[in-house]
Design a protein around this ligand. Structure first.
Ligand code: GLY
Length: 574
């Protein structure tokens, strides 16, 4: 066979690119890194990596540790999404451990006789609890992807639950915000309060019942939680507290493996959470709209304006289309198509805000709870995990199921309780996210990988409906070549279609930019507090460097460390 010189050159160029890509893929990070929302969870993950575990084992250890030390954010009674990248074969998969509605759930279960919503019922108490997914997901990840046993990876969490840990001011603040609900449940009050009051700093939070439940899970795997004696006790406690769980609900729970959604923005490959999260779709849609702009060249107010307009349009679509993929047909190809996004972007006026009511109507859905958590892990082989975990609102439903130590989630509040009715955040629900038995509520959680030939980002954050726009702003910072300290630290602003306003952190935009945005017709609402708790890792292959950062708004810890792998001594952990 004879090659034309031009064709030969093209072939050579392609070969070089393929070789470079293969070399990059084969490259290993110079260090491992962990960033989580709590120092004790970061330590748990680091210890597991140092003991010979991989990133997946470390993710199980950190998730379970967060469940113990951040009972206000996530837990064994909750759920989450774990986005995995396996270095040896490049597999990328999302482990969907989202909670599901019990069989006895109905679309109108939170409606009052006058058609209003019984909001307390979907937020406080056992009726608010969906069937947990976290324990099944931990067992699944350990079994299918881990190198250590589930028992080894759960050992740090069991120790933290049994021996306890000293609470800090952050814990006090979280308890204060949920004090009345915690006081209403004797089990919750006995565990999380000191004599029914906010515990002093340094008070030891011990959870021996939870330690026993974790031990059972460690010994028996998922069946130890979802079947048999513990399942019976969980159901009895939930029903005694007016909940509607059945043993069949627990036995039926299954983890789903879902391919992540992917997109491209200025040379960055975006890998993120698919439905039942609205996060990945929204993130890619916004980036597709923004790819038509040279953001760096725009004056500051103009830049914020077009980002906000992209947010507005993506959140409209989220409300119109998204729900549990096992129940709802969604036009995902259209939503992810750059041409569709370009069409949406054409309606962005350079000088004026588009009032949300002028966009084709779609009622916004539940924005998701704001009290969630995130962890990012990179191991020395290049495996990575971005996981966002939740029990929904602070301390979930604020009910502990009897003597199991399991704090119940209130994830049912992430469903639309009714069409047109405002939820906790003043927003109303849409049809794709109505309650049905066995259905997963729509989420905002957006664990994400950002990939270029030379740089890999691993990131995510809690923050309810603002999660997706936080990850968007971090992606734009990644694109600018900024380090993770900037992604997690920068001031944040948000638009979610309705309410038609830009929500911004107190220090997010300078006065001149605010003035110009107002002149363009934007409503600005300055929030009282900063929001989010992003955990991020950057592996810069060109620089041979790993960096990690934990959001300064929280109490988390990020560590980069060399791994001197010492095989685990089984008796130390089991
Ligand atoms: N419960 C928070 C979320 O899933 O978005």
């Amino acid at each position: 066979m004879r090659f034309h010189p031009l064709r030969l050159r093209r072939w050579l160029a392609l070969l070089c690119l393929a070789l470079l890509a293969a070399a990059a893929a084969a490259q290993k990070p110079p260090a491992a890194a962990v960033a989580t929302a709590h120092p004790l969870a970061t330590t748990a993950a680091r210890d597991i990596l140092q003991a010979g575990g991989n990133a997946f084992d470390a993710a199980v250890a950190a998730s379970a540790a967060l469940a113990v030390v951040e009972p206000y954010s996530s837990g064994i009674g909750g759920g989450g999404f774990w986005l995995l990248h396996r270095a040896e074969d490049g597999l990328q998969i999302m482990i969907d451990g989202r909670e599901v509605a019990p069989r006895a759930a109905t679309p109108d279960m939170y409606l009052a006789a006058d058609d209003g919503i019984r909001q307390r019922a979907s937020r406080d108490g056992a009726l608010a609890a969906a069937i947990p997914g976290a324990p099944a997901a931990w067992a699944h990840i350990a079994e299918r992807y881990g190198r250590l046993s589930l028992a080894q990876s759960l050992a740090p969490a069991i120790r933290l639950a049994r021996e306890g840990f000293a609470v800090d001011e952050f814990y006090q603040r979280m308890v204060r915000l949920r004090l009345e609900a915690l006081r209403r449940d004797p089990q919750a009050a006995a565990i999380f309060l000191a004599d029914n009051e906010v515990p002093p700093v340094g008070w030891k939070l011990r959870q021996p019942d939870l330690a026993r439940t974790l031990e059972r899970l460690a010994a028996e795997g998922a069946a130890g939680f979802y079947r048999g004696e513990l399942a019976k006790r969980l159901v009895a406690a939930v029903r005694a507290a007016n909940g509607i769980w059945s043993e069949q609900d627990l036995a039926d729970y299954t983890v789903q493996e879902r391919p992540p959604v992917t997109g491209h923005y200025r040379g960055i490959r975006i890998v993120s959470a698919p439905p039942p999260s609205a996060g990945g779709i929204g993130l890619i849609q916004m980036l597709n709209m923004l790819s038509g702009y040279d953001l760096e060249r725009l004056p500051p107010a103009q830049r914020v304006h077009v980002i906000v307009e992209a947010m507005r349009r993506a959140y409209r679509d989220r409300a119109a289309y998204l729900g549990d993929p096992d129940f709802v047909d969604m036009p995902l190809a259209m939503l992810l198509d750059p041409f569709y996004a370009r069409g949406l972007a054409q309606s962005i006026r350079p000088d004026r805000a588009t009032p949300s009511r002028l966009l084709a109507p779609a009622l916004p859905d539940q924005p998701g709870g704001s009290h969630t958590t995130h962890l990012s892990i990179l191991d020395a082989e290049g495996n990575r995990v971005a996981a966002t975990l939740t029990i929904n609102h602070l301390f979930g439903a604020a009910v502990v199921a009897g003597d199991t130590g399991v704090l119940l989630n209130n994830e049912m509040d992430d469903f639309a309780a009714a069409l047109d009715e405002p939820n906790f955040y003043g927003l109303v629900g849409t049809a794709p996210n109505l309650i049905a038995p066995g259905k997963r509520p729509l989420s905002s959680m957006t664990p994400t990988f950002l990939e270029t030939e030379n740089r890999i980002g691993v990131l995510g954050t809690p923050g309810g409906s603002r999660i997706v726009t936080m990850v968007l702003l971090a992606t734009l910072a990644f694109e600018q070549g900024l380090p993770p300290t900037d992604w997690v630290g920068r001031g944040r602003f948000h638009h979610q279609y309705l309410p038609d306003e830009i929500q911004l952190e107190p220090d997010a935009l300078d006065p001149q930019v605010r003035k110009e945005l107002t002149a363009m017709g934007h409503e600005l609402r300055v929030l009282e507090r900063r929001y989010g708790d992003m955990q991020a890792i950057l592996w810069d292959r060109a620089a041979g460097q790993v960096l990690a950062a934990s959001d300064p708004r929280g109490i988390g810890a990020a560590e980069v460390f060399a791994v001197t792998s010492v095989p685990v001594v089984a008796s130390e952990w089991d």
